[in-house]
Design a protein around this ligand. Structure first.
Ligand code: ADP
Ligand code: MG
Length: 706
């Protein structure tokens, strides 16, 4: 990086886009004018000089100052200029914690550069690679960069790596920070830019031994904050009420509402539309748009549509109302927001290493998050933020910062990745904030039980294959084992279906019909096999879209399951894992599938007690089958895919298994010496005795024959 005096405007004078040889479109010039007003543009020279002089740089700036969209382009220009003389290849990576952000930002930048997405600018997220051999700027999730490091430990293809949204402190970003610090020792040419929205900047600086910190001054307008007088117990209802009040009484300006998840958001959008509809023409037209991670890309783009215009020349102004998860907190910048409604909650991952349960729980956000949220109201003009909690609870009830994800997650997958990267001494790995020792122990224990790590903690051959599969280790194990049980076709389909969002649709107006449709897919042995039925029927009907809508399953979701399946099949082929099936008419067809699942999920088993309750095996927690489960005959033993905590402790995606299989397939886990006293233990004891007797009889038979 030795030429810093390049400028897009010089190249613009040429009228020809150097990336593809086409003339620039008018849209390019329009966007360019907007880009030039972004705060980071005023620090372009300073930034490029600092990057030239340092191996690592920390860049801090308000959300919306242009970090994510502009900084990678600045770097790109410099690299492009350099390579003109030397004809060398170059590439930039810019990580994002969220898939939605990686896709959306890549699209925007492609538009800014006037190129097609996937050509010079692309993105890569789990199960979707939108890049090509021409790609020089790649937006990717932090998890994907970590995966790339597994095959290319020095990340040799990149000249500059930008870790964006570092303040989010996701598990993968934290691991990348430590990893890249190591990699840089071996690659003095590798430049690293750590970007974050305010806060914790000094902490990053300390971690990178005093790397220079560059601050992009924000241009926030004042935001007036309002609190409620008393505690609101129905925050969704309170949020909707506030939206209606703003829309009917406040001057023009768009509204951003923070809620916690897909269902809640869709529900709120519907209610807001309905209530605004009741006012008729006396209020302005409203565009109500949801935003959450599983929203299809075309719908995600809608958040950038302008507010609708007035219906009559002198009528009330139109308004855009966005109802979003915390994606809109810092990851995506939406212009024109003047009002923010913040119930102070978010869905957050929590992990209890003692019970080994990781769940998403709606919990209070931190003060830092609350301030980020209110900041969204003051981007373009003075704004207002309505906090749906009391001022006292803001000051006394909220933590000042969100705890990093590594301290509230199950880290089995991370440990496996690190082992694969050759980092054996996890205790001394340079984590910015290390995981709790108990969490690390649990992860090692799980991987050892699965056979991914041997008793010395070294990666086994099995572990190596599992680490290359973009699945949680338990699921990876069941897939790797499935060819031996002659059911890899089916297990692969199940893995694919478990890797995409819920495929069942249940429209409010047709709930009964939807439930009936779902019942037709139901398999008596449980939800995994029900998913398999859906996938098989979908394929038998030739991926037909109208078949999907008639049967209340989501076409887009099934299509992506099909795509995921193909990608996993490619990885299996690489390891010579063959695709095979047991004869459908054989009584072993479903037994084999269930055994394969058990080989991965034997640590996620629940036992039905005489009281009628399920208890998780070994942890003895009372759990309930989730109402969405198709398993209604209450089998004695079940394996489950997820343990979620909402109104109760629920098991989601459950399948009936047999007690005998537990002791046959995982005797090392079901050794009764380390077992707490419970009904399950007594049943297992009997099963072990029965097995011994059988073995005795068999040997006797054998000796008899001899
Ligand atoms: P930062 O990373 O500092 O938060 P960004 O680079 O994401 O800032 O955004 C800079 C500006 O780019 C935003 O203010 C917004 O106006 C614009 N922008 C970003 N993405 C889009 C998009 N998909 N459509 C329209 N405008 C966008
Ligand atoms: Mg950004």
């Amino acid at each position: 990086l030795n030429k810093t005096n390049c400028d897009v405007s010089n190249n613009v004078n040429s009228l020809i886009n150097r990336w593809n040889g086409r003339a620039y479109t008018q849209r390019f010039y329009d966007i360019l004018e907007k880009r030039k007003t972004l705060p980071v543009w005023h620090q372009k020279e300073e930034f490029l000089k600092a990057l030239k002089d340092n191996q690592t740089l920390i860049l801090v700036g308000e959300t919306g100052s242009g970090k994510t969209t502009q900084i990678p382009q600045f770097v790109l220009e410099t690299l492009e200029l350099e390579s003109r003389d030397k004809c060398n290849k170059y590439m930039i990576a810019c990580t994002q914690p969220r898939r939605v952000a990686a896709m959306s930002v890549a699209r925007r930048v492609a538009e800014e550069m006037d190129v097609n997405i996937g050509e010079q600018v692309g993105y890569s997220i789990r199960f979707e690679d939108c890049t090509s051999s021409q790609t020089v700027l790649k937006y990717l999730t932090d998890g994907m960069l970590l995966r790339e490091a597994m095959t290319d430990p020095l990340l040799g293809r990149y000249n500059v790596i930008i870790l964006d949204e570092a303040h989010e402190r996701t598990l993968s970003t934290d691991v990348l920070l430590g990893l890249l610090k190591e990699v840089q020792k071996n690659r003095p040419d590798l430049k690293l830019v750590v970007m974050s929205a305010t806060l914790e900047a000094e902490k990053f600086q300390g971690y990178f031994c005093g790397a220079p910190l560059m601050k992009v001054p924000g241009r926030l307008h004042p935001v007036e904050i309002f609190y409620t007088q008393k505690y609101e117990d129905d925050y969704v209802e309170a949020a909707i009420r506030t939206v209606i009040q703003i829309h009917t009484c406040q001057p023009p300006g768009d509204i951003l509402v923070f809620l916690t998840g897909e269902e809640e958001i869709e529900d709120a959008c519907r209610k807001i539309k309905k209530e605004i509809g009741n006012f008729g023409d006396s209020v302005g037209p409203a565009l109500v748009v949801p935003l959450y991670s599983t929203l299809p890309p075309a719908m995600q783009q809608k958040i950038f549509d302008p507010a609708p215009s007035r219906l009559m020349p002198n009528g009330p102004a139109g308004r855009k109302i966005i109802v979003s998860t915390n994606i809109a907190e810092t990851s995506l910048t939406i212009d024109g927001i003047v009002y923010v409604i913040d119930p102070g909650l978010a869905k957050r991952k929590v992990y209890n290493p003692r019970t080994r349960v990781e769940s998403l729980i709606v919990s209070p956000i931190s003060k830092a998050s609350a301030n980020q949220r209110s900041g969204r109201a003051g981007r373009t003009q003075p704004g207002k933020c309505f906090r749906l909690y009391t001022e006292k609870s803001f000051h006394n009830g909220l933590q000042s910062e969100t705890c990093p994800e590594i301290q509230r997650s199950n880290i089995a997958n991370t440990v496996l990745t690190l082992k694969k990267l050759g980092i054996d001494d996890l205790v001394h790995f340079d984590f910015m904030d290390p995981p709790a020792p108990e969490t690390l122990m649990r992860a090692l224990e799980l991987l050892n039980y699965l056979g991914a790590l041997d008793d010395e903690g070294n990666l086994t051959r099995l572990g190596e294959i599992i680490s290359e599969l973009p699945l949680e280790p338990q699921m990876g194990k069941m897939l790797v084992v499935s060819p031996e049980l002659n059911c890899s076709n089916e297990v692969l389909s199940i893995c694919a279906m478990l890797s995409v969002p819920n495929c069942f649709v249940r429209p409010r107006k047709a709930q009964k019909a939807a439930d009936e449709a779902k019942a037709r897919f139901a398999h008596i042995d449980g939800d995994h096999l029900t998913l398999l039925n859906v996938y098989h029927d979908y394929k038998q009907n030739n991926d037909d879209q109208s078949w999907c809508s008639e049967n209340f399953v989501n076409y887009r979701v099934l299509k992506s399951a099909d795509n995921v399946r193909q990608q996993l099949a490619c990885i299996m082929a690489r390891f010579n894992l063959k695709l095979c099936s047991t004869d459908l008419n054989s009584r072993n067809y479903y037994i084999n599938i269930k055994k394969a699942m058990l080989s991965g999920y034997f640590m996620q088993v629940a036992h039905l007690e005489r009281t009628g309750n399920y208890l998780t095996v070994k942890d003895n927690q009372v759990v309930h089958l989730h109402p969405s489960s198709r398993l209604n005959h209450k089998p004695e033993w079940v394996i489950y895919n997820e343990h979620v905590f909402t109104s109760k402790d629920f098991l989601r995606t459950v399948t009936d298994v047999r007690g005998e299989w537990l002791i046959d397939m995982a005797p090392h886990y079901f050794d009764l010496v380390n077992f707490p006293h419970c009904e399950a233990k007594r049943v297992l004891e009997k099963l072990y005795k029965k097995k011994e007797r059988k073995a005795d009889i068999n040997t006797k038979k054998l000796s008899f024959r001899v």
